[in-house]
Design a protein around this ligand. Structure first.
Ligand SMILES: *[C@@H]1O[C@H](CO)[C@@H](O)[C@H](O)[C@H]1NC(C)=O
Ligand SMILES: *[C@@H]1O[C@H](CO)[C@@H](O)[C@H](O)[C@H]1NC(C)=O
Ligand SMILES: *[C@@H]1O[C@H](CO)[C@@H](O)[C@H](O)[C@H]1NC(C)=O
Ligand SMILES: *[C@@H]1O[C@H](CO)[C@@H](O)[C@H](O)[C@H]1NC(C)=O
Ligand SMILES: *[C@@H]1O[C@H](CO)[C@@H](O)[C@H](O)[C@H]1NC(C)=O
Ligand SMILES: *[C@@H]1O[C@H](CO)[C@@H](O)[C@H](O)[C@H]1NC(C)=O
Ligand SMILES: *[C@@H]1O[C@H](CO)[C@@H](O)[C@H](O)[C@H]1NC(C)=O
Ligand SMILES: *[C@@H]1O[C@H](CO)[C@@H](O)[C@H](O)[C@H]1NC(C)=O
Ligand SMILES: *[C@@H]1O[C@H](CO)[C@@H](O)[C@H](O)[C@H]1NC(C)=O
Ligand SMILES: *[C@@H]1O[C@H](CO)[C@@H](O)[C@H](O)[C@H]1NC(C)=O
Ligand SMILES: *[C@@H]1O[C@H](CO)[C@@H](O)[C@H](O)[C@H]1NC(C)=O
Length: 539
């Protein structure tokens, strides 16, 4: 790099960088950190080669067998007992004597192009990210990753097809008892070589073939496919153990038949509610409301800070005054009130059901809210300090005595952040008009949950989500920058070699190096750094 002596040993303060999630030609956002920048060990660039034996820092449970070692084979697959130079895959299920995990088993040649590398982690941000991903893809496990193994094939050519580039990752993730595989697919070149993606066990007691992966001509679709609603990602639980039961443990199969009244188990997504956890109940009054509720912590809603709230029986929250409106208006209404509507419709708690609420400033509810928000909004390092839960439990619609509708609105805040979670249980269909979402004064911000404008399709609320958790919707509502996935950060960097930072090319090089560092700390590879300002603070 060309140097200007003036800048020798200077300390540069890059005052503000804006980090924006944008699509770049770099690795896809779903990729975990990899490559030499992430400290990976790199396989020898040898056609049909493999890593040496890799001793695992934590044993890996794979359908009942526990492995202490693994091999990363250049031809796109992992084996446990011995390395494999096989460049023609067999088809799964093969009923062979081998456990195998194939990101994309085919004839790859890193002697020609690309890098095969791997890394295992037992601490740090990669574990945090894996924990979030597994809890998102497999809700209700309360999973906490203690070990992550990342194997990456980065822009590797197919054998004899010099100009092809194919990129994918295989991640192994475990805690003490459960284990998971994530496959991440980037650009996958088409090929005439045979291919196979998925896994297969000894005697094929368990196996998966990823859709489209038995034909090289359709293989490029891998980057668009998923079994977890994240393009390019496939997620599998592979310990072989039982999934944690989601049924009420007090209902054993022998007692079920003797139970006369159907016991009500709230959905897992519901936060604690009801008199047993100390909720206050609203008056039993058609179109009634709570009294004014003084908030134990102010709530920031798109720039306005509220100290009080009302829980209205007809399914929504207002801040300045109680509301008995039982016919919702449509959002955006460009009206004069801020409103949060779990399900604004003509409900009647005289006929049936309980409307109740409670606020929390400590305890397990805050822990749960912290975990949920960090899962749904990664990279905020959020800590909840206040949670408000309003629950409509089995409330009837007006005039429809036998209907039962259950949902929650959860307000969560911490530092300057505030969030709304909506949790939907069983929602009865209705001929009454309905509205779910939120709307602000003058509708500067609003959201209508799909399906919620039509009472006949409203029962789908329990299956829909914007965070891949059926029945749950999550919104950032402080109005701060994270609502549009934009983060502003400051960082101080000491440059150990010297470069003329008035030169645009040098700036790009420095930004790339800073980016690599940030990615090492767990930020997505798709971040883009732009320079706002360079300030020389020491000659
Ligand atoms: C989740 O796991 C943590 C430990 O990893 C434990 O402290 C906590 O009680 C668990 N929460 C639930 C709801 O099971
Ligand atoms: C692992 O399984 C054992 C026995 O099944 C159980 O006692 C232990 O609590 C489990 N640990 C975790 C972290 O789930
Ligand atoms: C696989 O099948 C063979 C033949 O049926 C049997 O001898 C062997 O024990 C099986 N291996 C495992 C691990 O189940
Ligand atoms: C896959 O997605 C890309 C954009 O990400 C699109 O251009 C391409 O047509 C998609 N391919 C298929 C087969 O859907
Ligand atoms: C991923 O897909 C397979 C079948 O294609 C399924 O068995 C597995 O449970 C899926 N994972 C999730 C999280 O749904
Ligand atoms: C895989 O393909 C099968 C058959 O074409 C289809 O039913 C299934 O929904 C596909 N799974 C995913 C996750 O795309
Ligand atoms: C996360 O926030 C806590 C305080 O809430 C702080 O102690 C910790 O350093 C933060 N971690 C990161 C990675 O920003
Ligand atoms: C909260 O917001 C105020 C004013 O916008 C700002 O000065 C402060 O630094 C923010 N604090 C945090 C922890 O984000
Ligand atoms: C809403 O719009 C009206 C009319 O344009 C304006 O007078 C008022 O200040 C706006 N209110 C807010 C909070 O922006
Ligand atoms: C509501 O849904 C029903 C049944 O799907 C449909 O016939 C009706 O047109 C819908 N109404 C509106 C306003 O979308
Ligand atoms: C919603 O999910 C339930 C099971 O949780 C299922 O019985 C029902 O058919 C689903 N409804 C729709 C519209 O997908």
């Amino acid at each position: 790099m060309r140097l200007s002596p003036v800048f020798q040993h200077m300390l540069v303060f890059i005052s503000v960088l804006s980090l924006t999630r944008v699509q770049t030609t770099a690795a896809p956002a779903i990729f975990y950190p990899f490559g030499s920048a992430a400290g990976d060990t790199i396989n020898a660039a040898v056609d049909d080669g493999s890593s040496s034996v890799i001793q695992l820092l934590s044993p890996f449970l794979f359908f009942g067998r526990t492995y202490q070692q693994i091999y990363v084979n250049n031809n796109g697959h992992l084996t446990f007992n011995e390395p494999s130079s096989q460049f023609v895959p067999y088809s799964f299920p093969a009923s062979r004597n081998q456990d195998i995990i194939a990101g994309l088993w085919t004839d790859l040649d890193n002697g020609m192009r690309g890098v095969v590398s791997y890394h295992q982690y037992t601490s740090g941000n990669v574990l945090t990210r894996a924990t979030q991903d597994i809890n998102t893809h497999f809700p209700n496990l309360n999973f906490s990753a203690s070990w992550v193994f990342v194997a990456t094939w980065d822009k590797v050519a197919y054998f004899s097809l010099t100009n092809t580039e194919t990129s994918f990752q295989v991640l192994l993730i475990s805690d003490r008892n459960s284990s998971f595989i994530l496959m991440n697919y980037g650009e996958i070149a088409v090929t005439t070589h045979r291919v196979q993606a998925g896994y297969d066990t000894i005697n094929s007691t368990h196996y998966i073939v990823i859709n489209g992966s038995n034909s090289g001509s359709s293989i490029s679709n891998l980057k668009n496919s998923s079994n977890v609603s994240v393009s390019g990602r496939w997620a599998f639980r592979v310990d072989g153990g039982q999934q944690i039961s989601e049924v009420n443990p007090t209902l054993s199969s022998t007692t079920v038949s003797t139970v006369t009244a159907q016991p009500w188990t709230a959905p897992e997504i519901f936060y604690p509610f009801g008199l047993t956890v100390g909720d206050k109940s609203n008056p039993v009054d058609d179109d009634g409301s709570s009294s004014v509720i003084q908030l134990l912590s102010p709530f920031l809603f798109f720039g306005r800070t509220y100290q009080q709230i009302y829980v209205n029986n007809n399914g929504y929250l207002t801040f300045n005054q109680a509301s008995n409106e039982y016919v919702p208006y449509s959002f955006p209404a460009r009206g004069s009130q801020d409103i949060i509507a779990g399900l604004w419709t003509d409900l009647d708690n005289r006929l049936r059901g309980v409307v109740s609420y409670r606020q929390y400033t400590s305890g397990n509810v805050l822990t749960r809210a912290t975990r949920d928000i960090n899962t749904h909004f990664p990279n905020l390092n959020f800590t909840a300090s206040w949670v408000f839960i309003a629950t409509w439990n089995k409330v009837a619609y007006f005039d429809l005595t036998s209907t039962e509708t259950s949902f929650q609105v959860v307000l969560i805040s911490g530092r300057n952040f505030s969030f709304v979670l909506m949790n939907y249980g069983d929602i009865a269909v209705t001929g009454h008009p309905v509205q779910a979402g939120y709307d602000t004064i003058n509708s500067t911000h609003y959201f209508v949950i799909p399906e919620s404008i039509n009472g006949s399709s409203i029962s789908n609320l329990r299956n829909s989500s914007n965070v891949n958790v059926p029945g749950q919707w999550a919104f950032g509502v402080d109005g701060g920058p994270k609502s549009n996935k934009e983060y502003i950060t400051g960082l101080q960097a000491k440059l150990s070699s010297f470069s003329d930072l008035t030169d645009t090319g040098n700036i790009q090089t420095v930004l790339q190096q800073i980016k690599q560092e940030l990615v090492k700390y767990g930020l997505p590879n798709s971040i883009e750094l732009t320079l706002r300002n360079v300030q020389k603070i020491k000659p």
